[in-house]
Every structure is written in structure tokens, then in C-alpha cells.
Design a protein around this ligand. Structure first.
Ligand SMILES: [Zn+2]
Length: 209
């Protein structure tokens, strides 16, 4: 099952969801042993991503058709259409990222397929930050929580709600994963800055647009 990135979702959030949904035990590729998002998503082995990388054609109409892919751009929908935009808005370069069947991989120029990205403005490493009010609104609007690209880098305040972002005080990878579980369920982590009881009324995208 291919997971579509949500609007403005960041790459750690997207990969976390992919791993969870597919039961891939690879959180160490995105969370370091101090419980923070990794500085570099260096060379995530293809075995961790293959379960959610489709090798199905993409059509220009945006409809997936069961036909033979005609071009390389057709073949790698997940890489080209889904992952690259998520990487770029998360502050990573796409220059070092190669699909499993890219020429660089097949010719042996890169060691293994996977994610190999350099940092731009991403902090090194990244604390896990979130806005409890946004999380509540995302669950309301999308049926699930996720983490926004705006919460990476130097940002400390939610642009939508003008409140300080909550920072997960995890000491280990397992604590960070437990905290992410709670965030994605819309529950407060042990160190929320605000309670969802203090959030403004839900901002519905449908009503706002
Ligand atoms: Zn917010």
C-alpha cells in the first residue's frame, strides 16, 4: 500500500507512517539513539523501503493505470512524485537520492539504493516538535495526525496558532517512538506546552476554504 504524503508533511513523519503501516522495523533510520530525528537520512537501505515503493506506472492524468510504464519518469512514481517533494520541503537536497533502478545504482556509482540526502537548514539533529492544536485539527481534517515541515529547522512557534511548539523530551529512541505514538493518537506527550483543552476552536479546512 502506497501512502500519499499529506499536505506540508515532513519526511520523518512520512517515513514513520510508512514504517508503522508496513510493519518495517527501521525506526533507527530516522530516529537516533538520543531520541531525536536523525541529522542525515543517510543511505536508508532499500530493504526498508521496498515494501512501500511501488513499481507501478503513473499516468499524466494522475490516474494509476495497469499498463506497462513507458518512461523512467513513469516507473518511479514513489520517488519522483511522492518522496522528492516531501524531501525538498523538509530541507533536504535531492541530489544524493537514488531510486533502486536509477542509472547511478545500476552502474555501481552509489553503494546501495536508498535515501542519501544532505542537509540544508535542518537542525542537526532535529528535536521532535509539534503543535498540539494543529495535531487535533489534522486529525479532524484528515483522520490522522502527522508532523508538519514547518516544525523542522529553526521554528519554535506554530504559525497557525501562535503558540510555542511542544518539544518531546525523549532520552532514547524507544521514548521518542512512544511519544510519536501518542502524538499520532492526538494524546499529549509528557511535556506538552499547551493542552488541547486550551486550543482555539477547530480550524476546518473545508470551512476555511
Ligand atoms: Zn498549531
Amino acid at each position: 500500500m502506497v501512502l500519499i504524503p499529506f499536505p506540508n508533511e515532513h519526511i520523518y513523519s512520512y517515513l514513520y507512517r510508512c514504517y508503522r503501516v508496513h510493519g518495517v522495523k527501521a525506526m533507527k533510520t530516522i530516529i537516533d539513539d538520543k531520541g531525536r530525528f536523525k541529522q542525515r537520512l543517510a543511505l536508508i537501505d532499500y530493504k526498508y523501503v521496498e515494501s512501500f515503493v511501488p513499481n507501478i506506472p503513473d499516468s499524466s492524468a494522475g490516474v494509476w493505470l495497469l499498463r506497462e510504464p513507458e518512461t523512467n519518469a513513469d516507473r518511479f512514481l514513489w520517488w519522483n512524485r511522492l518522496l522528492f517533494p516531501v524531501m525538498e520541503r523538509s530541507g533536504f537536497d535531492r541530489g544524493g537520492l537514488f531510486g533502486p533502478k536509477s542509472r547511478a545504482v545500476l552502474s555501481g556509482q552509489v553503494r546501495a539504493p536508498g535515501l542519501k540526502v544532505g542537509t540544508k537548514w535542518v537542525n542537526c539533529p532535529e528535536e521532535i516538535r509539534y503543535c498540539p492544536c494543529c495535531v487535533r485539527d489534522l486529525i479532524y481534517n484528515h483522520g490522522t495526525a502527522y508532523l508538519l515541515a514547518d516544525w523542522l529547522g529553526p521554528s519554535a512557534v506554530c504559525k497557525q496558532h501562535s503558540i510555542k511548539l511542544s518539544v518531546v523530551n525523549a532520552q532514547s529512541r524507544s521514548e521518542a517512538i512512544a511519544a510519536l505514538e501518542r502524538i499520532f493518537l492526538g494524546e499529549a506527550t509528557p511535556s506538552p506546552i499547551v493542552s488541547t483543552d486550551d486550543c482555539a476552536p477547530i480550524l476546518s479546512e473545508r470551512l476555511a476554504s
